[in-house]
Design a protein around this ligand. Structure first.
Ligand SMILES: NC(=O)c1ccc[n+]([C@@H]2O[C@H](COP(=O)([O-])OP(=O)(O)OC[C@H]3O[C@@H](n4cnc5c(N)ncnc54)[C@H](O)[C@@H]3O)[C@@H](O)[C@H]2O)c1
Length: 253
């Protein structure tokens, strides 16, 4: 097991990619602190991990609440004495062009897609420095490495995360703290439900995905989880400041 006895915190871990990451880290021996806005979904992820023989605890947190986010990390450190992996994953997709996105929509996007990644990283770094290193993973998107019509808030927050990830990586490399961005393409999770509705339903989205993605399909959660495991573990021990795109070729099409 490549993560035996490591302590990992994952936000937005009650569903989709966050849950997939929690499961794979636990399956490799990490103790996973499962954090989600939803108490029920946090508990469900923990239950899934425990049923599979892994170790996890639920610590539901709204990551837009700075104090709650700080408490999540400080309490985890107090209980376990270290934090090896922090995966800042929770995010939101607010659609629209410049004329369509409201200032509130923009603030909400930065408030969930960028600010908590900053706050949580800021709190965890002193712990990681003191213990001799760690891995921070910031969920961005392949939308952070290209441009897309009518997606001003999403694209700019996801690009900001990549910039912040590289800056953290540079500033803390000498402390053996690695910081990388996770950039998935289309993954079939509840995250896309509003977009699917807007596009006209399941059939329309399936046609769009098979036409737009060079590999002709969605990513599975498990495929993204493999990349989370890679970035979290020593398998990527000399990789920092990297934006790992997992999108079936969408961003090069
Ligand atoms: N699914 C995709 O196609 C896709 C592609 C690229 C990037 N992403 C990124 O992945 C992340 C989420 O995607 P997913 O597919 O795992 O979504 P999901 O909808 O399956 O899960 C998101 C989870 O985040 C939680 N959450 C929402 N607001 C929160 C908050 N304030 N505090 C704590 N938790 C909160 C939700 O309760 C939910 O359980 C986002 O950052 C998104 O930009 C997703």
């Amino acid at each position: 097991m490549i993560l035996k006895d490591r302590i990992a915190i994952i936000t937005g871990a009650g569903s989709g990619i966050g849950r997939g990451g929690a499961k794979i880290l636990a399956s490799e021996g990490a103790h996973v602190i499962v954090s989600d806005l939803s108490v029920q979904r946090s508990d469900e992820t923990v239950e899934i991990i425990r049923r599979a023989g892994g170790s996890a605890q639920a610590s539901p947190t709204d990551v837009t609440d700075d104090d709650a986010l700080e408490k999540l990390i400080v309490d985890a450190h107090a209980s376990h004495g270290r934090i090896d992996i922090l995966h800042n994953h929770a995010g939101i997709q607010v659609e629209g062009s410049l004329e369509e996105v409201t200032a509130e929509g923009l603030d909400n996007s930065y408030g969930l897609n960028v600010r908590p990644h900053f706050v949580a990283s800021k709190i965890v770094v002193p712990f990681m420095k003191a213990q001799g290193g760690g891995s921070i993973i910031n969920t961005s998107s392949n939308s952070g490495v290209f441009y897309d019509k009518g997606m001003l808030a999403y694209i700019t927050t996801k690009a900001a995360i990549i910039a912040m990830t590289k800056q953290i990586a540079l500033d803390y490399a000498q402390h053996n703290i690695r910081c990388n961005a996770l950039c998935p393409g289309w993954v079939d999770t509840p995250f896309n439900e509003p977009y699917i509705r807007q596009m006209g339903g399941r059939e329309a989205i399936e046609a769009y995905v098979s036409k737009t993605i060079p590999m002709g399909r969605w990513a599975t959660v498990e495929e993204i989880a493999e990349s989370i495991l890679f970035l979290a573990s020593d398998r990527s021990s000399f990789i920092t400041g990297h934006a790992l795109v997992i999108d079936g070729g969408e961003c090069i099409a």
